[in-house]
Design a protein around this ligand. Structure first.
Ligand code: ADP
Length: 469
């Protein structure tokens, strides 16, 4: 059943249930009140009888003549002797007791009874009073006084009708109101389905769901979340598309170089050292790229094996600085800033790799003559490695994406060969740092320079428990 129909049925059932309970309570209260009034009238009538009852000289129950004058119209009565002879009644055609159960009662009792007549059954309320005399309460007979419940029954029947009509009307209105209001409230969900289908059919992630209602209600939030998911998916798809183009380009160049060199040697029919070196370089580059991709796949899935040991970060920084100085070929000034002695738990080679990627990027993107400063410090709980350059900086729109895999800034994408990056360096750094329970941050002012900051937890005792997460 559709959600709308389910909600409408639910509303209807709830309203119906509540009204039904309320109706039963009202019916009960009215019925008890009216019956009590009738009982009270019968009790008052008995008082009249009590003053007109006496025992004659033979010890038989008798009624004074004056009683008839005092009786309220509509009251029926029967006075029975102790041996169940009918002594007095104003309904001579009835030989049976007004109420068969009450006549044998040991104390006064009000009971409902039914009187069969030619025109049908009459519902009676009968008050049966066992009569006693003397000090030992000797039974001398039974008095039964009755009155018709027709008015009470008619009132209750009318009440039931009113309540039933009320329940039916209320249930219909509740169902209709529920149906209408949910139609209005759930209409945007139809839009969600429509747009989702359009996206699937047209393979177009740029579509968004329009919504004009309040943003903070449930549907508004759902649509907002759905649109955010679409934006994220669109971003991921675009990144992957870009990555495929980049990888295609990156693969084609070395393969062309390799093939060119092989052709050349075949034509020359000899092994040329220069061509072999070129082939080797390109193969190295391809191997590096495949290695990076595999590493990233492992790190992202939390399956990166980490050889956790106590690592002296200062030693690592110095080692990498030495190695990178060779790479920069003194085109930039690679300087050591403040350096502390810091111990962390980690995989030495992976941490080195993070530093190589960050300093490598600084060298790659900082123009000749620029300065790159590497620093190492700490606070109470964390080690802080900083790599600062005075290069071109990273545009604000790129900053949010540079740690995504395959993301390359506009400039580095359009850059010819010299960059030789393929947008994996920072993703790898990000995942390695995350696998060490650390964080990596970037601060950059376009035109002024960039600082990458890596925070790692300081070593606390034994390192053997550290694992890739
Ligand atoms: P790439 O292989 O393109 O260098 P990375 O993942 O290492 O990939 O870097 C992602 C992008 O971040 C780069 O394409 C570049 O635009 C930007 N970037 C990284 N480091 C720097 C830096 N020090 N200065 C300027 N831009 C940088």
């Amino acid at each position: 059943m559709a959600l709308r129909a389910r909600l409408a049925v639910l509303y209807t059932t709830i309203v119906g249930g509540i009204l039904l309970l309320l109706g039963v309570a009202v019916y009960g209260a009215v019925s008890v009140t009216l019956t009590t009034q009738v009982d009270e009238q019968l009790r008052r009538t008995y008082q009249v009888f009590a003053t007109n009852l006496y025992l004659d000289t033979s010890g038989e129950l008798s009624l004074r003549e004056s009683l008839r004058m005092e009786l309220v119209p509509g009251i029926l009565f029967q006075l029975w002797s102790r041996d169940r002879r009918l002594l007095y009644t104003n309904l001579p055609q009835l030989a049976q007791p007004l109420d068969g159960t009450g006549i044998n009662a040991s104390k006064p009792i009000w009971l409902d009874s039914s009187l069969r007549t030619q025109s049908g059954d009459i519902h009676l309320r009968v008050y049966s009073i066992p009569l006693v005399a003397g000090e030992v309460d000797r039974p001398i007979g039974v008095l039964q006084i009755a009155t018709s419940m027709a008015v009470v029954d008619a009132t209750l029947t009318a009440l039931v009708r009113v309540l039933l009509v009320g329940v039916i009307v209320s249930m219909s209105v509740a169902g209709l109101a529920g149906w209408m209001s949910t139609r209005q409230a759930l209409a945007p969900l139809g839009d969600v389905t429509r747009v989702a289908l359009q996206i699937t059919r047209a393979d177009d992630l740029s579509r968004r769901i329009p919504y004009s209602g309040p943003e903070d209600d449930e549907v508004g939030q759902l649509i907002k979340a759905f649109n955010q998911t679409l934006s994220r998916l669109e971003g991921l798809f675009n990144t992957q598309r870009r990555f495929l183009a980049d990888v295609g380009h990156e693969l084609r160049t070395p393969l062309t170089v390799i093939k060119g060199n092989v052709d050349l040697m075949r034509r020359m029919n000899s092994l040329d050292i220069e061509s072999l070196e070129s082939i080797e370089n390109e193969v190295d580059r391809l191997t590096r790229m495949v290695g990076d991709l595999l590493l990233l796949a492992q790190a992202e899935s939390g399956k990166l094996p980490l050889n956790m040991t106590l690592v002296e970060l200062d030693t690592i920084v110095l080692e990498v600085m030495h190695q990178m100085k060779v790479l920069s070929r003194d085109r930039q000034q690679l300087k050591l800033g403040e350096i502390d002695q810091v111990l962390v738990c980690g995989d030495k080679d992976r941490i080195k790799q993070v530093l190589v990627n960050l300093i490598g990027n600084a060298i790659k993107y900082t123009p000749p003559g620029g300065t790159i400063v590497v620093g190492l410090g700490k606070d109470e709980k964390r080690a802080r490695i900083t790599v600062t350059d005075d290069g071109p900086g990273i545009p604000l729109e790129d900053q949010a994406h540079i740690f995504e895999r395959f993301y390359r800034g506009e400039k580095s994408r359009t850059r010819e060969k010299e960059g030789k990056g393929y947008g994996l360096g920072l993703s790898i750094a990000y995942w390695i740092v995350r696998n060490h329970d650390g964080i990596i941050e970037v601060q950059s002012s376009p035109g002024k320079g960039t600082t990458f900051c890596v925070w790692l937890p300081l070593a606390e005792g034994d390192c053997s428990q550290g694992e890739a997460s």
